[in-house]
Design a protein around this ligand. Structure first.
Ligand SMILES: Nc1ncnc2c1ncn2[C@@H]1O[C@H](COP(=O)(O)OP(=O)(O)OP(=O)(O)O)[C@@H](O)[C@H]1O
Length: 290
């Protein structure tokens, strides 16, 4: 399976939400990473056909999705940002309902729904009302419905919003489980959602593709630009004003700053290994400059 985004642009009131976006995806997990407003949802909405681009094409295995018509839908599973569920629906009944919408034959749907409830660890909750579930459980119902048609491409828009750390980990593991032999596109602004599971990270800023590479290669790309700087109460204000800082920790020997800077920021600065959060800040954020 291959997905190609070709020269995709979308404007709102003369401002680009997405500008000449080009990318190619093959099987694996792709983390679509960008700050709020970077254009992630716009790209996903164009991909799933909710939104029309002003320009460009989405291709599946080199075929324009517009020429696939309704068949296109059989290829994708989609979990939208902030999914709205009918709270009075029971979990299994909701999945049955989604099977009808997805035109999945009854027996096949019933079997698949049960299998998926097992995988997302919700078998015991199958007769519970969705309104009575925790946020994490609801997201697991969301991913189960997205997987009902056994899609080649799974698209998840900010799927971990509102989840606690444990639910987040569980959800990440599920995504890895579901990524075998398919493309998973996961939009997020939370680096830890994708740092250890994405095969590739697509870095988006102001509607433009900044970088697409593996998390490891992206981190290697900024080697020599991340520093540990120790500040004192007297020097901290000055450093906060001028340096891009990704982390700050007060210790007995001073205030340790994780600084992102092309040059050595002071004589005692020590070079440290970059991580994906540093990459994100290096390319797309302003860091914590006060
Ligand atoms: N319907 C709309 N009308 C006008 N502007 C819009 C509309 N939808 C999106 N935008 C603008 O397009 C840009 C990209 O928005 P988009 O929702 O795609 O970003 P995002 O990366 O998904 O952000 P978030 O993480 O906050 O959802 C933003 O500047 C946004 O304000």
């Amino acid at each position: 399976m291959k997905v190609t985004f070709k020269d995709i642009s979308k404007q709102y009131k003369g401002k680009y939400a997405l500008e000449n976006f080009n990318s190619e995806l093959e099987n694996g997990i792709y983390g679509l990473l960008g700050a709020n407003g970077a254009g992630k949802t716009t790209l996903i909405n164009i991909f799933v056909g909710i939104l029309k681009s002003d320009k460009g094409q989405v291709l599946i295995n080199d075929v324009d999705v517009r020429s696939l018509g309704i068949e296109f839908l059989s290829h994708i599973g989609y979990l939208q940002q902030y999914p709205q569920f009918y709270k009075n629906f029971k979990v299994m009944d909701f999945l049955r309902y989604m099977c009808v919408l997805k035109d999945i034959p009854k027996e096949q749907g019933e079997k698949r729904a049960k299998e998926l409830l097992e995988i997302v660890n919700l078998s015991d909750a199958s007769t519970k009302k969705i309104g009575a579930l925790s946020g994490g459980m609801r997201q697991r119902v969301g991913i189960a419905q997205a997987m009902l048609n056994d899609p080649d491409i799974l698209i998840l828009d900010e799927p971990t919003a509102g989840l606690d750390p444990q639910e987040r980990i569980r959800f990440r593991n599920l995504i890895t489980k579901f990524s075998e032999n398919r493309i998973v596109l996961l939009a997020t602004h939370i680096v830890s959602d994708i740092e250890y599971i994405a095969n590739q990270v697509i870095l988006l800023k102001d509607g433009q593709l900044l970088k697409q590479d593996s998390p490891q290669a992206l981190a290697r790309g900024i080697e020599g630009k991340v520093w540990n700087v120790t500040a004192t109460e007297n020097t901290i204000e000055e450093k906060l004003k001028h340096l891009k800082i990704s982390n700050m920790m007060r210790n007995q020997d001073g205030i340790h700053l994780r600084v992102i800077n092309d040059e050595k920021p002071d004589a005692h600065a020590v070079n440290i290994q970059p991580n994906l959060e540093d990459v994100f800040l290096y390319y797309s954020g302003d860091g914590e400059r006060w």
